[in-house]
Design a protein around this ligand. Structure first.
Ligand SMILES: Nc1ncnc2c1ncn2[C@@H]1O[C@H](COP(=O)(O)OP(=O)(O)O)[C@@H](O)[C@H]1O
Ligand SMILES: [Mg+2]
Length: 264
């Protein structure tokens, strides 16, 4: 991993003001993510994970603080986002969905199809390149979203619980595919998950957030070897130690969140 910071957040806070009240979603987030890191975020529901990702994506403005994402190539998009819910176009086939961002950037058809087919093959959907989303299962559609994000070749990849809606078997297959593509590309990735296991299988570091307001509680270094094999990593003693450490920290926040909700 190169030590160059790719993402730097200094004192980033976000408040939402609405008719029903005033929510401090994020409070003074200070964070540096080096180029090529797989950075995971876990935290109780409502702690500001999605808000942080939307700020990184430029979809939401911070109330205060500085966000710095280092761009190395102005012709590439700064970020691509993969959401929990499928966000592919139903009227386009798999190849055109994956090539969509490249078309927007006016990359010639032959070239964009070559790039699209490369990632379609990586996610194991070559036979379905001409198929339409309604012909695919939920897991396959999510694979198309992942392939599209990589085909865009953004400076950073942002993923918000991308496999959260999938059944366990599909989730494992997608985790393995993502791990394989990421290990080949080493693209800086910020990945939100509610699963400690998923964060440990994929991440270089895991940030644990506190319940309201969302702050950084701890950042854990995942010193598990790479390249990783998900099935063998889970049976290592280090995996279990890290799992316990993260769970104890997270559990406290989840309980706080429940208590806060109960007294409302
Ligand atoms: N557009 C919005 N307007 C008002 N409040 C919001 C908005 N978006 C998020 N929030 C609030 O900010 C907090 C953090 O939300 P969110 O980032 O979605 O949390 P998470 O993704 O960790 O579950 C929550 O209390 C949520 O209700
Ligand atoms: Mg969220």
């Amino acid at each position: 991993m190169k030590e160059d910071p790719k993402i730097r957040l200094s004192n980033v806070s976000k408040e939402f003001i609405s008719r029903t009240g005033h929510t401090v979603a994020l409070k003074k987030i200070n964070l540096t993510i080096p180029d090529g890191e797989f950075f995971c975020i876990v935290g109780p529901s409502g702690c500001g994970k999605t808000t942080l990702l939307r700020i990184l994506a430029g979809l939401e403005e911070a109330s205060s603080g500085v966000i710095d994402i280092k761009s190395t190539d102005p012709t590439r998009p700064l970020n691509s986002m993969v959401f929990q819910e499928q966000s592919i176009f139903p009227w386009m086939n798999v190849r055109d969905n994956v090539a969509y961002g490249l078309r927007v950037r006016s990359i010639p058809k032959k070239q964009r199809y070559e790039i699209a087919d490369h990632y379609i093959s990586m996610i194991g959907l070559t036979k379905f390149a001409d198929a339409y989303p309604h012909q695919l299962s939920g897991g396959m559609k999510q694979r198309v979203s992942v392939a599209r994000a990589f085909a865009n070749d953004p400076e950073i990849l942002l993923m918000d619980e991308p496999f959260g809606a999938l059944d366990e078997q599909n989730r494992i297959i997608l985790q393995q595919e993502l791990l394989r593509i990421w290990e080949l590309t080493k693209k800086t990735t910020v990945f939100i998950t509610h699963s400690i296991d998923e964060a440990l299988c994929l991440g270089d570091r895991i940030m644990i957030m506190t319940a309201n307001p969302g702050k950084i509680k701890a950042i854990i270094n995942v010193d598990l070897p790479r390249p990783r094999d998900i099935s063998t990593i889970r049976i290592s003693s280090r995996y279990n130690e890290l799992y316990q450490e993260i769970w104890l920290s997270l559990r406290e926040e989840v309980m706080k969140r429940q208590e806060a909700a109960a007294t409302l």
